[in-house]
Ligand binder design. Structure first.
Ligand SMILES: *[C@@H]1O[C@H](CO)[C@@H](O)[C@H](O)[C@H]1NC(C)=O
Ligand SMILES: *[C@@H]1O[C@H](CO)[C@@H](O)[C@H](O)[C@H]1NC(C)=O
Ligand SMILES: *[C@@H]1O[C@H](CO)[C@@H](O)[C@H](O)[C@H]1NC(C)=O
Ligand SMILES: *[C@@H]1O[C@H](CO)[C@@H](O)[C@H](O)[C@H]1NC(C)=O
Ligand SMILES: *[C@@H]1O[C@H](CO)[C@@H](O)[C@H](O)[C@H]1NC(C)=O
Ligand SMILES: *[C@@H]1O[C@H](CO)[C@@H](O)[C@H](O)[C@H]1NC(C)=O
Ligand SMILES: *[C@@H]1O[C@H](CO)[C@@H](O)[C@H](O)[C@H]1NC(C)=O
Ligand SMILES: *[C@@H]1O[C@H](CO)[C@@H](O)[C@H](O)[C@H]1NC(C)=O
Ligand SMILES: *[C@@H]1O[C@H](CO)[C@@H](O)[C@H](O)[C@H]1NC(C)=O
Ligand SMILES: *[C@@H]1O[C@H](CO)[C@@H](O)[C@H](O)[C@H]1NC(C)=O
Length: 674
């Protein structure tokens, strides 16, 4: 099922659609770099991070992401928690500083699903230190503990020994932790104090209350900076003509959040403030099921009931409301298993699931580091090389004498940012392609060797991609490597090493097969009704001494037609051999709510500053595109003529978009082994 939230992403957040036109000749509307954030998030999300272009983004010496965390001690409810850098068998440690001044954190700690996600998904080797920023730290620690213990009553008790609750407020810790919390910039959803300011002529001072916006990817409306008139609209379940042009003040309950906000939008309200009834927590307002396909164009937030506001409205006194954000310390940071300080990224909505995703990524990264420490012949290509503009990043590299003896070639790639903080990272998701040219006269010159998709504003991506079948592309001793993204993208710093190794260190070398020839097949193109008529069957015979033939394809689907194709629709890609055998790749999770979040264990960068969670057509934000490899030897006539034809379908049918067709980026080949 398709959700209006994808539409919203196109027209309002502009994270994908326009931003993803790899073959466009001019930058999309949103390609103006950080100014867009004001457009997207104004006024709430830039309060903590405005002006960072002109300001130094580095904080106090020795406390940047990647720095080694010094030892510290913290008093907890159960004795002293001690952290020591000299510990080789360490878990990752997440530090969270709570404050009830944040509606986001109030919801994080009261929403049962958030708490059950903590119990269900926090990986085993992760510890969490829970602090409070406020004078009430003692009560807060007891309360947080009670929240977790209550949730754990239904199971998940195992986690409790790994949660450490401190009764000492952050401002009294006497160690370096406050320095990180206070100095690390934060302009995302999970820090900064989102607030509403109420004013009325009779009051001597305004009333300021915490606020939680409706789910980020649901409503199309955004709050402006000017004051709004606030008018009572009961429970908001029935139309109220008088709220036209004003913000509707509605109570929770009586109908769903969706019904309230939709009804108020139809009453021509400019926004909605839903208040929690006395004693009830602020909730994460979201749509459910089919409701999500209705797009609503006004903003909405949830707040607590405010007696002075109730009274003023009851008396018929005017009440105005202004939306504001007060910057706050960071609420989260982490120390990974290697003892390095790490940012935790953006929590798109108030759920501990985001904490778990970051911890899962630490585990992925540990395994990756372990793999990278295995023996291999390493050829450095880029080392934090600037990748920007038409030329991208380029390097001329001498290959080792004996690289053809190896049957495994892996790309060890990472993308980091100009500064050490995520706030210095490029904002949008774009394809990154790596091309190689060794023998300039060869048809292999400048074929694609690897593909990745950049993360939304996070500089931690590190990926290993096995591209062994493409070893024949390295057909000379000196090769030019070019890594590019769209020319208008903000800069990334790229690092790349080639890793040559043997598939089986202990095995019988003479059993190994080596790729010796690559035959290019079909490219991608515009995914419209003519998509398939552009392809023609290719006939081929196998080169002498071929022992194995592999189909190798790198396919990603982009753009957004009325069916959200190709990024968020299910497309299938078929290579028909000898007119009789289909080899099929289906992008089944495209458009699913957590399709990419489920791939954090495979290296998808978590907690990006965008909707990285959704499944996509053959790719995820902040992840390599895995080559699709199929051994088709048994499908072929080894001595005669064979044929291959490609076609691509949308939900099993020929694509037939009415508007704005998407497109497929594809490199496909046959690889011959001997
Ligand atoms: C990009 O667009 C141009 C002009 O429309 C076209 O000639 C070219 O083949 C396209 N390139 C790719 C890689 O699709
Ligand atoms: C090392 O870390 C483990 C797991 O975090 C912990 O149980 C142990 O006490 C630590 N040892 C020292 C010496 O700090
Ligand atoms: C947090 O604040 C809300 C309203 O401001 C209050 O009802 C709730 O009891 C507070 N929770 C804690 C743990 O202080
Ligand atoms: C959370 O509470 C709601 C309402 O009480 C209930 O329907 C839901 O099953 C609970 N969810 C979990 C994960 O406990
Ligand atoms: C209250 O809001 C209305 C509507 O935006 C505006 O016209 C008016 O000037 C505001 N009043 C005050 C005192 O800010
Ligand atoms: C909202 O505005 C539209 C267009 O101006 C109008 O047709 C409609 O009657 C209004 N709705 C209400 C409930 O006032
Ligand atoms: C490696 O080769 C040995 C000996 O040929 C064989 O027993 C073993 O299964 C192989 N391992 C893998 C991972 O292929
Ligand atoms: C390796 O394989 C070849 C051919 O398959 C065989 O002749 C040779 O004896 C094998 N060597 C070892 C050490 O197994
Ligand atoms: C190949 O797959 C397509 C699409 O599912 C189907 O229409 C076609 O009949 C299949 N061909 C063969 C030979 O299986
Ligand atoms: C593949 O097709 C060719 C003719 O195009 C035929 O001679 C051959 O037998 C076919 N091979 C298989 C395995 O079906």
């Amino acid at each position: 099922m398709f959700h209006s939230r994808f539409l919203l992403l196109c027209f309002y957040l502009l994270y994908f659609c326009a931003a993803f036109r790899v073959n466009a000749t001019s930058p999309p509307r949103n390609a103006k770099s950080s100014d867009n954030l004001h457009h997207i998030d104004s006024p709430e999300h830039n309060a903590g991070s405005t002006g960072y272009r002109g300001r130094s983004t580095e904080g106090l010496e020795g406390f940047e992401p990647g720095d080694v965390a010094p030892a510290f001690k913290v008093q907890t409810l159960n004795g002293v928690f001690q952290y020591s850098p000299q510990n080789d068998s360490r878990s990752a440690l997440i530090v969270h500083a709570f404050t009830n001044k944040s509606a986001f954190l109030e919801c994080l700690w009261t929403w049962n699903e958030s708490l059950s996600d903590l119990l269900k998904y926090l990986p085993a080797n992760t510890e969490v230190l829970l602090l409070s920023l406020d004078d009430t730290a003692q009560q807060d620690a007891l309360w947080m503990k009670e929240q977790v213990y209550t949730a754990a009553a239904h199971g998940g008790k195992e986690i409790l020994s790994r949660l450490h609750f401190s009764p000492i407020p952050v401002f009294a810790l006497g160690n370096w932790l406050p320095r990180v919390l206070y100095s690390w910039g934060c302009g995302g959803h999970n820090c900064g104090l989102a607030q509403v300011l109420f004013s009325s002529p009779d009051w001597s001072a305004p009333v300021i209350a915490k606020r939680l916006n409706a789910r980020y990817d649901w409503l199309n409306g955004r709050w402006g900076a000017d004051p709004y008139r606030l008018l009572d609209a009961g429970d908001g379940c029935k139309p109220v003509a008088s709220v036209k042009g004003a913000v509707a003040w509605v109570s929770e309950g009586g109908c769903s959040f969706f019904t309230k906000i939709k009804t108020m939008a139809e009453s021509n309200a400019t926004g909605v403030l839903v208040y929690a009834l006395p004693g009830h927590p602020i909730q994460d307002m979201n749509c459910l099921g089919d409701d999500c396909s209705t797009s609503i164009n006004i903003p909405a937030s949830m707040v607590h009931i405010e007696p002075s506001v109730m009274e003023a409205l009851r008396k018929g006194n005017p009440v105005n409301v202004t939306i504001q954000v007060t910057p706050s310390p960071n609420f989260f940071f982490a120390i990974n298993q290697k003892g390095a300080l790490s940012e935790m990224g953006w929590f798109l909505y108030p759920s501990f699931r985001f904490m778990a995703w970051q911890a899962q990524w630490f585990i992925f990264n540990e395994a990756l580091q372990e793999h990278l420490s295995q023996p291999a012949v390493i050829v450095p290509v880029f080392d934090r090389h600037l990748m920007q503009g038409e030329t991208g990043a380029q390097a001329v590299v001498d290959l080792p004498e004996d690289f053809m003896d190896y049957d495994i070639l892996e790309l060890d790639a990472s993308l980091s940012c100009p500064g050490r903080r995520d706030e210095t990272c490029a904002h949008w998701d774009h394809t990154v392609q790596l091309y190689v040219c060794c023998d300039r006269t060869s048809p292999y010159c400048n074929l694609e060797l690897g593909r990745w998709i950049t993360a939304f504003r996070r500089g931690t991506g590190h990926w290993l991609t096995d591209v062994s079948p493409l070893i024949p592309l390295l057909n000379d001793k000196k090769c030019v490597f070019t890594m590019k993204t769209v020319p208008w993208a903000m800069p990334w710093m790229t690092s790349l090493q080639l890793r040559f190794s043997h598939s089986n260190q202990t095995g019988n070398y003479s059993d190994r097969l080596y790729p010796f020839k690559v035959m290019s097949l079909f490219p991608g193109g515009t995914f419209d009704k003519d998509y398939n008529s552009r392809y023609q069957e290719i006939k081929f015979t196998l080169p002498a001494s071929t022992k194995k033939v592999e189909l190798y394809a790198v396919i990603t689907a982009h753009g957004s037609d009325e069916n959200f194709c190709g990024e968020f629709c299910v497309t299938s890609h078929h290579f028909l051999i000898n007119r009789s055998i289909n080899n099929t790749l289906v992008f089944e999770t495209a458009g699913s709510p957590l399709g990419c979040a489920m791939r954090v264990f495979e290296g998808a960068v978590p907690n990006e500053h965008g909707t990285w969670l959704y499944g996509r057509g053959g790719w995820c934000d902040g992840l390599q595109v895995d080559p699709w490899r199929t051994d088709i030897t048994s499908q072929l006539d080894m001595s005669g003529t064979n044929s291959v034809l490609y076609f691509g379908l949308f939900e099993g049918r020929n694509p037939d978009p009415k508007t704005n067709p998407g497109y497929i980026i594809m490199y496909s080949s046959l690889v011959f082994y001997k």
